[in-house]
Design a protein around this ligand. Structure first.
Ligand code: ADP
Ligand code: MG
Length: 245
């Protein structure tokens, strides 16, 4: 059996008094692609953010690569070097060029060799058709281009685990396919583990090994993707799929 990359046990999350995640249990194998689906407000972003230490959780345990995470900011900073995350809003640094946005983490944080990191950043830019944009500022890019830079920036840290949270949600429709294809390429790489939140059901169906369906902060089912999209276990998930047609 493949190694477990991530395990979540009995996680509970509150925003002040508001209880938003209830007894979350998850176990993700190396190389697995999980899509996290559920209605708006069900807690998908909150869960993803907890997995990257961007939100505190009040109860439960997260185990990453076999080690229980002691949730201090210092520990999370280290773990974030191994977990790449891309959000709906690209949040590139506006005062840095594309290449400097990409190199910040590898050089400043990871202390990668500068010239090697630069060569690799250029290669990554080429792989997303942005080789001519290394020296421009984010404001000069379209939404789709910014999102491609954000993905490259995450990949430059050599993560083997990626979190994607609705990365196409704020893009023009003609930009969406290009981004989805990049993510699909990553999903097909050996040993790349991913959790993907998306509203693109065809895409989810194409890439997912397993679907985790969340509603009102509860995981209602975890089902092999093929089965989920033909006949999910719960009526709630079926209603969700019907609403997405
Ligand atoms: P999803 O990503 O599935 O749309 P979210 O994780 O964004 O859901 O939200 C889950 C619940 O938590 C919602 O009820 C939302 O209103 C609430 N919520 C999200 N972020 C915050 C926050 N920073 N403060 C308070 N409540 C929040
Ligand atoms: Mg969300």
């Amino acid at each position: 059996m493949a190694d477990k990359v991530l395990e979540v046990e009995h996680l509970e999350k509150y925003y002040q008094k508001k209880h938003v995640l209830f007894d979350i249990n998850l176990s993700i194998q190396q190389g697995e692609v999980v899509t996290l689906l559920g209605p708006s407000g069900s807690g998908k972003s909150t869960l993803i953010r907890c997995l990257n230490g961007l939100e505190e959780y009040q109860k439960g345990t997260i185990i990453f690569e076999g080690k229980k995470i002691v949730p201090t900011e210092k520990n999370w900073q280290q773990i974030r070097q191994k977990i790449g995350m891309v959000f709906q809003s690209y949040d590139l640094f506006p005062n840095l060029t594309v290449i400097d946005n990409i190199l910040l983490g590898p050089i400043k944080v990871q202390k990668q060799d500068k010239s090697a990191a630069r060569v690799e950043a250029k290669k990554l830019l080429k792989s997303v058709d942005l080789e001519d944009y290394a020296d421009v500022y984010p404001r000069e890019l379209s939404g789709g281009q910014k999102q491609r830079v954000a993905i490259v920036r995450a990949l430059a840290l050599h993560p083997d685990f990626m979190l994607f949270d609705e990365v196409t949600a704020s893009l023009d429709p003609e930009m969406v396919r290009g981004i989805l294809n990049i993510i699909k390429g990553l999903a097909n790489m050996d040993n790349m583990t991913m959790i993907v939140v998306t509203h693109e059901m065809n895409f989810a169906q194409e890439i997912a090994d397993r679907v985790v369906f969340l509603e009102n902060g509860h995981i209602l089912e975890q089902t092999p993707a093929k089965q989920f999209f033909s006949k999910p276990k719960t009526d709630r998930a079926q209603a969700f799929l019907d609403s997405m047609d």
